[in-house]
Each structure stands twice: as C-alpha cells, then as structure tokens.
Design a protein around this ligand. Sequence first.
Ligand SMILES: *Cc1c(COP(=O)(O)O)cnc(C)c1O
Length: 237
Amino acid sequence: MSAPLTGAARRDELAANLAQVRERIAAATSAAGRPEGDVALVVVTKFFPASDVRLLAELGVTDVGENRHQEAEEKAAACADLDLRWHYIGGLQSNKAAAVAAYADVVESVDRLKLVAPLDRGAEGRQVDVLLQVSLDRPDADGRAGCDPAELAGLAEAVASAEHLMLRGLMAVAPLGEDPAAAFARLAQIRAGFLQDHPEATVLSAGMSGDLEEAVTAGATHVRVGSAILGSRVNVK
Ligand SMILES: *Cc1c(COP(=O)(O)O)cnc(C)c1O
C-alpha cells in the first residue's frame, strides 16, 4: 500500500485521471452521435478530503457529489469560498432532508414523497434542483434505492409543486450483476414517458466509473465519477 500523495504529486495524479475521464466522456458522446459538451461531469468526492475538492476546483471541476450528510455538510463548509455546485447523491433520511437542502445545490436522490416537504422547508430562501432517483432493480431486490417507476409520476407532481424545489430530471444507478446497457435502456424508456409530462426536466444523471459509456449511449446528460478520478476508496477511511 502506498502512502497517499500530497500537494503537487496529488494534483498531477488528479489532473491525469481527470483528463482520461474527460476523454472517455468525449469519445462516448461522439460515438452516440451527440454534440460535444453534451454530457457534464460530476466528480464524486466521498471519502476524500476537502483538499482534493480544492485541487479539483483548480483543475476546472465545477460539480462535486457526496453521499453522506455529515461528510458533505463539513466539506461544503470547508470549501464555501469555491464556486462549486454540490450534488447530494446518497440515501436520504427524512429527518436529515431539510439539513441537506440547506447546502446542496442539487439533490439527486429524491425517491419518496415523504422527503418533499422537509427538502422544501430546508431550501427556503434559495432554489434547490431536484432529480428523482428511479430504481432499475427488480421489485424484490434487497436494499433497493430509488422509487418504483410506477410511482414516478406522483413524486414528480409533488416536487414540481414545491415552492423552493426545481424538478430537473432523473437519476439512476445500474443494478449490480446486470449488463448496465440493458438497465440503462430501461431507464431511457422510463425517461421518455417522464419527459412527456415534464418536458423541461431534461437532466439524466446516470453512469459511474465503470459504466459511463453505456449511460451516455442511453442519453445521460450527467455522469457521476468517483474512483476513476480520485482512486480506490478502499484505502481511505
Ligand atoms: C459512489 C457513487 C458514484 C461514483 O462511483 P464510482 O464507481 O467511484 O465512480 C456514483 N453514484 C453514486 C450514487 C455513488 O454513490
């Protein structure tokens, strides 16, 4: 196990990884016949320190993602001087939702009605973008995150009616043990139905380090990439 890099060496490592990921995104975008720059990058910085977030911002990253409330809140506060958009992408407890809406610019993991009122309350005085997380798992899967596609329309209505929340689109994670291309093809169908009711909510956040190409093929507008840029999370924490 190597010691974590610091300073200039870490900056070089992040720069090289970032360049590779940007190249992958550009290649996938072009292969899908989509215009250059059509797919935005959210760098998932969970488990990594605020100093890495700072280096990423210097390297031109504009959007970062976090999945645990306390860690996200602390990092957002430590980086408050940077011009970054904070995406909350993790499981949300309804008793933490208001606190998340106080610092997150985008909450990507809204998957049930119970979250809408506390998020709206926490967002008061600002405008928080919301993505609805839709489940691509089989209905009987364990630890399923995301709303059932059948419940999407009702959830979308509730978010669209909330005063301080802006319904922007959908988010999904490909299930483990399934070809991500097949899962994302289902997602594209779900999205087509959703867009008929909410044509402005065009964001589709899908694809991670291992499956961003498949997601871009299926229409992702945002990919969420962690380990391919920051390294493995196994040795941190
Ligand atoms: C951790 C995480 C990611 C990033 O995963 P990598 O495989 O490290 O790129 C993306 N989306 C969600 C919801 C995550 O929790």
